[in-house]
Design a protein around this ligand. Structure first.
Ligand code: ZN
Length: 149
């Protein structure tokens, strides 16, 4: 897989120094997602308070793309409102499904733009999306729970 060198560095840096990789003791929702085609696995804990993503923590094993992607996601989405987080989520998913035809907006995606090149490699798209799908799943569960309380 050939990725731009700078982007490769961002991915490797997150893989070697993952952010928020320690499951929090408290959370609104906890999910476990796997990507069987590659063997990637992550657990993700999410806390949402008053419509703001206040905490995302995770643990996992897998390839550098999957692990870096979830690390990048935690830095990007914590502190955002759920609405903002979904906007970024939709932007990232559209980029991954673009087969390399969309450049992506760095102002929206920040470090996640480093994963843009992955969209040209269909076998790896699920790796890049694993953490994002886990976040979406957890956010739906967390919001359903808050409506019941
Ligand atoms: Zn993978």
């Amino acid at each position: 897989m050939q990725l731009d060198n700078l982007y490769q560095e961002v991915i490797l840096d997150h893989y070697k120094h993952p952010q928020n990789k320690k499951l929090s003791a408290t959370f609104d929702a906890q999910v476990h997602h796997v990507n069987p085609s590659c063997g990637d696995e992550i657990d993700l804990n999410l806390t949402i308070a008053d419509g703001v993503v206040t905490n995302i923590s995770w643990d996992g094993v897998g390839c550098s793309i999957s692990q870096a992607s979830v690390s990048i996601l935690t830095e990007l989405l914590v502190g955002k409102t759920v609405t903002e987080a979904y906007f970024i989520f939709d932007h990232f998913v559209a980029l991954m499904q673009s087969k390399g035809t969309v450049a992506g907006d760095e102002n929206v995606l920040e470090d996640a733009i480093a994963l843009a090149g992955v969209s040209k490699y269909p076998a790896r798209i699920k790796c890049a999306l694993l953490g994002w799908m886990a976040f979406k799943d957890a956010s739906v569960q967390a919001q359903a729970k808050s409506k019941l309380e």
